[in-house]
Design a protein around this ligand. Sequence first.
Ligand code: COI
Length: 428
Amino acid sequence: MRARGAAPVGGRGVDLMARASPLARPAVATRRAARVAVGAGGGGGGDRLGLEPPACGAREYCVGYGAMARSRRVVPRALDSSSMHAPPTDDVDWDNLGFSCEHVSKTMMFVATATLGADGQTWEWKEEGVGPYGALAMDPSAQCLNYGQSIFEGMKAQRTMEGNLVLFRPSENAKRMRDGAARMSMAPPPEDLFLRGVKATVAANAAFVPPNGKGALYCRPLLLGSGPILGLGPAPSYTFLVYCSPVGSYFKGGQLDPIRLKVEEVEHRAAPGGTGNTKCAGNYSPVLNVQLEAKQRGFNDVLYLDAVSNTYVEEVSSCNIFAVFGNKIVTPSLGTILPGVTRKSIMDLARSKGFEVEEAPLAIDDVLRADEVFTTGTAVVLSPVGYIERGEEGREYQNTEVAMSLYEALTGIQQQTMDDPFGWVVTV
Ligand code: COI
């Protein structure tokens, strides 16, 4: 169905692909190179899709969207999980992965577009398939550039000891993107399209999935109101894409180094009735001013308080938060915070280990008295907190025992080194 308030048919439904800016188009030779790479097939990472990731650097393969549409993008055929994936490429220093776009230019991405059907109600999705990662040519009046219809997901693919590539609870991300699309009046990508796009991206980039235990292939599904509109309203057309990058630990210092958080008491991340529970782009840049300042002072990130009473913790800019009090683990209730997939999984895991888990308002005063504090997120995984500062007051945390045991349990399931009693892991 059409998203609430979406533009009726007959709006200026300009086809972005047909209107790619010449500025974003690569030289003809480069586009030919991209076509060859897409159509080449053969071994390596793209074997299962008839694709081979381009071996050369970013710019050469930075094709504009229009050019990509004209090149023969490959629509993924059904994935056969019995065939082997490519091993990790030698092109990446797997021991020194950070959380960055360093290798993204060598990868492949999946693209699909949605336009309204003839009935003016139904979104029709067209899959462009997987092609080289590259720039999107976009009309300056694209909704997402002007009014911010832009939501995203974060997911990770891992390489197991047996050499399988696996995803963690991908249907949860598909659902959260659809929920976000409803909140933001955008065309919701159907679950099967979302999952096909993510799996095709992982399969096409198998060579960029780190060796077991050395990180993950971070996948970034993105939904953009890419169609043009001048007056305030939803876009007439949408682009769904999935790009990816091999990543290591999110915070500098290493995955399990306890992090330092600064409590922000003036600015707020979200308010009741707002979009704090939506993974929309607009939730992330407003936190940068305090985050950058905190980083300059040696903190890893900022901890936000509720906008009404400035009393209860909400979340960290990049992750959810938990506090441990003896056998009880408390995390802020949903409402203005992001409903993290890792947050939900950690609650289930903690209950299964016999902890009492509560979703409830969590006062900063109580957090500062807790036995242990940790944060969770897809990018972050699980990070113990070593220090929290509020105003003049600071609290060091020595204990990381609960955090460590939950980290082991979570990553054991995610990497298939432990049983998966919840059925969370999906093979690509
Ligand atoms: C994730 O954890 O996947 C996110 O999207 C958070 C982002 C700040 C990296």
